[in-house]
Design a protein around this ligand. Structure first.
Ligand code: SF4
Length: 353
């Protein structure tokens, strides 16, 4: 059982972020913000996939104008992603952002930061102070590896002081790196030092096939230690996939209760004498239509399969030309292997009634 680290609660529209609330899943729009119709479609797709907050980039004045229109067309709270420009931050807040993500590393002037804080305060919205290793890289010159994390934390502490001095506490923190070890170190350090909610992510992690493992290790490890109140899986690819991975990470450590069916498949070995992988793919397709959290297991052989799948709602395995169906570990049918899929489908349908 994970014991979440105690934090304050910060609101982003209707979404609450902090240890008293479930970990929030975020993603980011990957289209030009000025393409309003396409952005609305992507935001709705992300929301349908399970994202509770969506971030969107506001690099130009035209993007600010488009952003204000997008906000009105979607139901999910939006976070404006701001770099370099205090004007864009103010425009986004006035345009209806539920929260903004600010990278103070590239908004240098204290007056500019204060202007943004005052505007956020007036509109009662939160700000994420998002330190990104890449944006303070110039500070890393001649800094040995072992001193880089303390440097990032010092930077963060300085920004937090600035916000607190202005009487602003609706803050979410993030320190991102593309390095797993530094992500762990720096998040553990800010979690020990501050009680603001933390947004987790491994930045610039790569294409999905390269990013999933390091992101899962970094985010999963921190969550397991009770650190992290909102997460985003950054992959160079479809943002809906980011949400699906985030849900899987959370579900794997008991922080997300999926309403979707789960497919368990044995890894196969020399005892498997049938096309288990092809069969499992067919079952996966079938389960996309299922609307309850069934656990279905497809196992390679009768030697270990039934025992290993004993906690599945329905399990199948096959030997020679026969297929077997089990319910909660008890055999309920023996059919020809060629009829196994149809028989399994029938059993699954019974749960849908
Ligand atoms: S269930 Fe059977 S085929 Fe699959 S890995 Fe276990 S022993 Fe091998």
């Amino acid at each position: 059982m994970i014991k979440r680290r105690k934090t304050r609660t910060v609101s982003a529209g209707k979404v609450k972020i902090g240890s008293k609330h479930p970990v929030v899943i975020q993603s980011m729009v990957k289209l030009a913000t000025t393409d309003i119709a396409a952005c609305v479609k992507q935001i709705n797709a992300l929301s349908a996939a399970g994202a509770q907050l969506v971030r969107i980039a506001i690099p130009t004045r035209q993007d600010s104008i488009a952003f204000a229109k997008i906000v009105k067309k979607v139901k999910i709270p939006l976070i404006a992603d701001i770099h370099f420009s205090p004007e864009r931050a103010v425009e986004a807040i006035e345009g209806g952002a539920a929260k903004i993500r600010l990278n103070p590393g590239n908004i240098k002037s204290e007056d500019d930061i204060n202007r943004i804080i005052d505007c956020a305060k007036a509109h009662k919205i939160a700000i994420r102070i998002g330190i990104n290793e890449a944006s303070i890289r110039n500070l890393f010159h001649d800094t040995p590896q072992r001193k880089r994390t303390p440097l990032m934390i010092r930077e963060m502490a300085g920004y937090i002081r600035l916000f607190e001095k202005r009487g602003f506490n609706d803050i979410v923190l993030s320190v991102k790196s593309s390095d797993v070890a530094r992500t762990l170190e720096s998040n553990i350090a800010i979690a020990e030092k501050f009680d603001y909610p933390i947004h987790l992510g491994l930045t610039h992690a790569g294409l999905a096939e390269d990013a999933i493992v390091p992101a899962s290790v970094a985010i999963g490890t921190l969550l397991w230690q009770g650190i992290g109140d909102t997460i985003r899986i950054s992959i160079a690819g479809d943002p809906v996939q980011e949400v699906e991975i985030a849900k899987k990470i959370l579900a794997s450590i008991g922080l997300y209760k999926s309403r979707e069916p789960q497919l368990i498949v044995c890894p196969t070995c020399g005892r498997c004498r049938w096309d288990l992988i092809g069969f499992a793919r067919q079952v996966k397709k079938l389960l996309k239509e299922v609307k309850n959290p069934l656990r279905v297991a497809v196992m390679g052989c009768v030697v270990n399969g039934p025992g290993e799948a004993a906690d599945a709602d329905i399990a199948v395995c096959a030997a020679a030309d026969k297929g077997f169906i089990y319910k909660k570990g008890k055999k309920i049918a023996t059919v020809k292997q060629s009829q196994l899929f149809a028989a399994l489908k029938k059993e699954i349908e019974k749960y849908e009634k």
